[in-house]
Design a binder for this molecule. Structure first.
Ligand code: F42
Length: 144
């Protein structure tokens, strides 16, 4: 069984600790925004370690939409590469943990549809898009 290695970003590691440590009853929103957050457990592409990545909760039916925004930074977050290497993840949505499989969305029309849902759920995504040349990846996570 591989070990869990926390994010090198302390606020993120602390968020995961609070969310997971409470069994999904605390830390389920993004600070005072009140906007819902999920935790995506993924496999480290290089270390094989367990990684836990909080993301905004964006749903499309029974699927989740994962936005690799990284605040509009010029480079993809590292978890993007983990998901490309191993699409099998677990998603914790509060107290529920569900095995899911992710796929990156390449179709332009599907991207547009899902992007609109994501911005509706978390408006800052639009600001991030406008501040970078990078095309922000969109994943759909479907129940396995
Ligand atoms: N990030 C988003 O992109 N979108 C969101 O909607 C979002 C919401 C959110 C809500 C709450 C919260 O607390 C954080 C939120 N974040 C969101 C931030 C997100 O959780 C990640 O922290 C952020 O996207 C950066 O992800 P990262 O995977 O780049 O993490 C870095 C900081 C990290 O942990 N780096 C590790 C390190 O040691 O440098 C390595 C991480 C890793 O996965 N390494 C792989 C391995 O093998 O273990 C190798 C990866 C490779 O290929 O190099």
């Amino acid at each position: 069984m591989s070990e869990y290695i926390p994010s090198t970003s302390k606020w993120v590691a602390d968020h995961v600790e609070r969310y997971e440590g409470s069994g999904g009853t605390e830390g389920t929103t993004l600070r005072e925004t009140g906007l819902a957050v999920i935790i995506v457990t993924n496999r480290g592409r290089k270390t094989g370690a367990i990684r836990k990545t909080p993301l905004m909760r964006v749903v499309d039916g029974e699927n989740y939409i994962l936005i690799a925004s990284q605040g509009g930074a010029p480079k993809h977050p590292l978890w993007y590469h983990n998901l490309k290497a191993d699409p099998n993840v677990e998603i914790r949505d509060k107290t529920e943990v569900t095995p899911m499989r992710v796929r990156e969305v390449d179709d332009e029309a599907e991207r547009e549809r899902l992007w609109a849902i994501a911005v509706e759920a978390f408006p800052p995504y639009q600001d991030y898009k406008e501040k970078t040349e990078r095309v922000i990846p969109i994943f759909v996570a479907e129940p396995r």
